[in-house]
Design a protein around this ligand. Structure first.
Ligand SMILES: *Cc1c(COP(=O)(O)O)cnc(C)c1O
Length: 495
């Protein structure tokens, strides 16, 4: 069955998967969604002995139907290889009554690697399929994590270049080191003298600059974006929920058909939306538990049916979840409205105009698949410490938010449903917060000293992504003013 995609905000046109991946955002500003959701061709039992790559093929082939088997297998093989430090790609670790699905074994030790290691290959294949000869230039502003994961994904992928802007004084020392040491002849990393919003605004301006677009086209380039609304990032995330269920089944933790819960530390709503799609295509999932930090705009939404971004933005120890506009929620809104793009467009306009919208009672019915909760900073630190003291297992602050929310949920419902918690970052990436949670006090040691101590107490070897940082030479040292971002891009591309 051919799978086509349409915009959440309009009924204008349907595009193929490869076209949706090339475009990222739909022309009317909406997000691409499948016109009709597929269902898995094989049973969980049949898939229970599959490797990660085989599972990836089962899922991707349902959604990306205009890719040939050979093309998909090529993309999958190029993505899920030795860049991951374990052959199973996404291990499940049982600790204190839950199953932690470790999504941080890729190049940048955070879950964005799961999708960003395959997106470049899906994109260059899409360009070929659609007769596009231009070189793809990925332009990204980052507050730290996404930029590095995109750099690692696109590094040395033929037919692509990637340019990343980050706030020079707005990322952690480790994050900056990760980026400025990035290898790959097609990579550029630039610090700007402004903050993340300045970087983001500058990038958006370039995307909308018609003159620049023309100059690019004349030189055989076209811009593309690697951000999390691209279905080329969303679909690969469905894979690991399917895989996790199959592993639980294969190892006898659940019976065939038994439902599980999934808990996801949520920011932009991409990861949990993938779990929602996993449920819709036939993975036996009961509740999707949405976990927020102090920026609990999603928790409030699930409680009341009102989305309200008008509130204070708080910086937390789980920075990748510090978000007031969860872009991917638009896809859920569309589905619970009964795949109604008119309703979705209206609500999104309310969000743009006043920062607020209310969903109807019938739409609220559609939220039954979800439960939600949030963790304060104290809850987060407690979750890290408690789990460590009980089991010796160490989790990062994002995962700890989910862990707290799950245990509160389980206390409240007293059900015994097996639960998978998406573990989205290695604790080594946030060693300072993790160590202060475990020791109950902040330390003034430098980052690498803390990392070494964490490795010792957790009894986990340092991942290569960290050890390499100590000695990797700096390859990018350009700094520019916010107003010179376009000039810098022109210089890099020789326009
Ligand atoms: C991006 C990120 C999240 C949030 O994921 P969304 O898909 O944006 O909801 C959670 N944890 C970590 C470590 C992340 O990098």
């Amino acid at each position: 069955m051919e799978m086509l995609y349409k915009s959440t905000r309009g009924d204008a046109g349907e595009v193929t998967a490869s076209q949706a991946i090339l475009q990222g955002l739909a022309p009317d500003g909406g997000l691409y969604v499948p016109v009709k959701l597929p269902t898995l061709a094989r049973t969980m039992r049949e898939m229970s002995q599959m490797t990660y790559r085989e599972t990836a093929y089962e899922v991707l082939s349902l959604f990306l139907t205009d890719y040939t088997e050979e093309e998909l297998k090529h993309c999958i093989d190029a993505a899920y290889d030795e860049k991951f430090d374990t052959e199973v790609i996404a291990p499940l670790v049982q600790a204190d009554g839950a199953y932690y699905l470790e999504l941080f074994h890729g190049a940048t030790i955070a879950f964005k690697d799961m999708a960003l290691s395959i997106l470049p290959h899906l994109m260059t294949t899409a360009a070929k399929k659609n007769g596009i000869k231009d070189e793809i230039v990925i332009l990204t502003a980052t507050s730290g994590d996404t930029g590095k994961a995109a750099l690692a994904g696109f590094a040395d992928v033929p037919g692509t270049k990637i340019i990343v802007f980050y706030p020079k004084n707005g990322v952690s020392a480790i994050q900056e080191r990760q980026m400025v040491t990035q290898k790959g002849d097609n990579t550029s990393v630039i610090g700007i003298t402004g903050n993340f919003d300045d970087a983001q605004t500058g990038v958006k301006k370039m995307f909308n600059d018609t003159e620049l677009k023309k100059e690019l086209a004349d030189k055989g380039f076209r811009f593309s974006s690697a951000n999390s609304i691209n279905i080329g990032r969303l679909v690969p995330q469905i894979v690991y929920y399917t895989y996790a269920y199959c592993k639980l089944l294969a190892e006898g933790h659940i019976k065939d058909g038994e439902k599980i819960h999934v808990t996801v530390p949520t920011g932009n709503f991409g990861n949990i939306l993938a779990a929602y799609y996993a449920k819709k295509i036939g993975v036996p999932i009961d509740k999707l538990i949405c976990a927020s930090n102090t920026n609990k705009v999603l928790f409030d939404f699930f409680e009341t049916g009102r989305y309200d971004r008008n509130r204070e933005f708080v910086l937390t120890s789980s920075p990748s979840m510090d978000i007031l506009i969860s872009s991917n929620l638009e896809r859920l809104i569309y589905h619970i409205a009964g795949d109604d793009s008119e309703v979705t467009a209206k609500l999104m306009k309310n969000l743009t105009d006043g920062g607020i919208y209310d969903i109807s009672d019938s739409m609220k019915e559609g939220l039954k698949d979800f439960a939600s909760g949030y963790a304060t900073e104290e809850d987060t630190a407690d979750a890290i410490r408690t789990l460590y003291e009980k089991t010796g297992y160490v989790i990062d602050p994002h995962t700890a938010v989910a862990s707290h929310v799950y245990h509160e949920f389980a206390k409240g419902t007293r059900d015994n449903v097996r639960t998978v918690i998406a573990s989205t970052a290695s604790p080594f990436k946030f060693a300072r917060s993790v160590m202060s949670a475990i020791e109950g006090k902040t330390s003034n040691e430098e980052d690498f000293a803390l990392i070494d101590r964490l490795s010792a107490i957790a009894n986990v070897a340092l991942p290569p992504a960290i050890t390499e940082l100590r000695t990797a030479p700096v390859r990018h040292d350009t700094v520019c003013k916010t107003e010179d971002m376009k000039l810098t891009v022109s210089r890099i591309l020789g326009l």
